[in-house]
Design a protein around this ligand. Structure first.
Ligand code: 1HE
Length: 262
């Protein structure tokens, strides 16, 4: 286990193929200081090569209370710009890093904490989860990529409402609207996230890479560009020896390769 600035990174499994990245600042509700943002960046930029999937979680009663407000100081426009950009680098290291990331959510997922959660590829929320963007009432604006990532999940209108009115969405609404792909009973988010990460780790690495790096970009491209990018990435993925082996296994009727009804 590697522990830095309010963050721990633990490798699991005999081949150390899973990483658990944990915010360990429960006394401050895992509020993200500049040091913690840098630690997140470093952790995700430097995951060991053995890792195939990661789980992001927070210690204590809450996933993350967002920006550390005690560090919110007078910044001129230039310093504010660079502060926001430092969050972008750290959260991009999650979204466009080496492996898929599953966030296990509970309690407060607010402000920059919601921005952080939205950088993960899958969100599993337990019944205690709630989502809010208090930036609106604090006289500030999102700065951690929220205006790019959040509307993709819930739409511009709902994000606008959250910021204008301080609206809080609870766990069940959050799943219905698209914040979380999974909703589980209180206390079960981490176990479910780990189970999903185990499953993701068995995929061909090129398929996971395509889903992380190509799919969101294809979705932003005009259709004719997107179709070409899709053709290129699918040609690359299917050319891997592992892809051919997996198809052969299915055709040979090997156990466990059939799609099962959920
Ligand atoms: C903090 C922070 C924080 C707690 N920065 N110290 N985020 C917010 O506006 C959310 C602010 N936090 C809250 O609304 C609540 O703390 C919670 C709903 C998350 C949790 O409530 P609770 O009752 O469990 O804890 P608490 O008693 O409010 O806080 C416990 C301690 O954590 C307390 O410190 P203490 O020394 O008095 O024990 C709090 O001051 C501290 N704490 N949250 C600093 N956020 C890239 S731009 C992103 C912009 C934003 O994220 S703005 C939204 C910021």
């Amino acid at each position: 286990m590697h522990v830095t600035h309010d963050l721990s990174v633990e490798l699991l499994g005999p081949a150390q193929h899973l990483a658990v990245v944990r915010l360990t600042r429960a006394a401050k509700r895992n509020a993200l200081s500049d040091g913690l943002v840098a630690a997140l960046r470093d952790a995700f930029q430097n995951l060991p090569a053995s890792v195939r999937a990661a789980v992001l979680t927070g210690e204590g009663e809450h996933f993350c209370a967002g920006l550390d407000l005690s560090e919110l100081k007078e910044r001129d426009a230039g310093a504010g710009l660079h502060h926001s950009r430092s969050w972008h680098v750290a959260l991009d290291a999650i979204q466009y890093g080496a492996v898929p990331v599953v966030a296990a959510l509970h309690g407060a997922v607010v402000g920059g904490g919601l921005e952080l959660a939205c950088a993960a590829h899958i969100r599993v929320a337990d019944d205690t989860t709630f989502y809010a963007l208090p930036e609106g009432s604090r006289g500030i604006f999102v700065g951690g990529g929220g205006s790019v990532r959040i509307p993709k999940l819930i739409g511009v209108a709902r994000m606008t409402d959250m910021m204008l009115t301080g609206r809080v969405y609870h766990a069940a609404d959050g799943e219905r609207l698209g914040f979380a792909q999974y909703l589980v009973p209180a206390g079960n988010a981490f176990d479910k996230a780990l189970e999903l990460a185990e499953r993701i780790a068995t995929n061909a690495p090129l398929t996971n890479y395509a889903l992380m790096h190509a799919l969101p970009r294809i979705a932003e491209q005009p259709a004719d560009h997107g179709l070409l990018t899709e053709a290129l990435i699918s040609a690359i993925a299917q050319s891997a020896p592992e892809a051919k082996e997996r198809v052969r296994d299915f055709l040979a009727g090997k156990a466990g390769t059939k799609v099962k009804k959920g």
